[in-house]
Design a binder for this molecule. Sequence first.
Ligand code: GDP
Ligand code: MG
Length: 182
Amino acid sequence: PLLEKDCDATYKVLILGDASVGKTALLRCLTGKEFHDRLLPTIATDFVKKTFEVDGAIIELQIWDTAGQERFHSMNRWQYRGVKGVVMVYDVTDQSTFNHLFYWLKSVNEEMEQTHNKYDPVPIVLLGNKSDLESGRKVKLKDGQQLADKELAFEFLETSAKTGKNVYDAFRKLAFHVTEIC
Ligand code: GDP
Ligand code: MG
């Protein structure tokens, strides 16, 4: 087959979570852009591309950043179409962003039931971001781990878009799970 790009397959994934948890900062970090302490809110839906090598194949994640709809808790249904994986983010210094994960997980499950085969679970990687802000921590590492276990998230990591901790690893793990299932 003729490949548009220099990779074996492209997969659409979404990054979800409350406003200000660091979704855009994580994608900037992943794609080698510098960190800004005052990042402007995302104003348009946008995506970044990142390639990974999984079992000898080059695969590309097309990662869709959400553009402020999180404020209104109303993701548009079309954004879930064709989605093969989800990165779900909370802020370890903001308990409410962790509490809202119940909403995010519910909405993902509902949408996926509409558009996906129920026997193919969509891999979810759960991230507790801003882990560099240890003094402001409100959500314990074990709380994130417990939620991930309970909700069958495929992976859980604490990340920092500021220091880069675990950022590449998190998306690498998602790429692995996505290709396992597809
Ligand atoms: P989004 O609304 O989820 O896309 O959040 P942003 O990426 O716009 O980040 C919101 C704010 O948090 C920005 O001022 C970022 O600089 C800051 N931020 C994001 N990630 C981190 C992180 O890992 N550590 C620290 N200290 N600040 C972060
Ligand atoms: Mg953003």
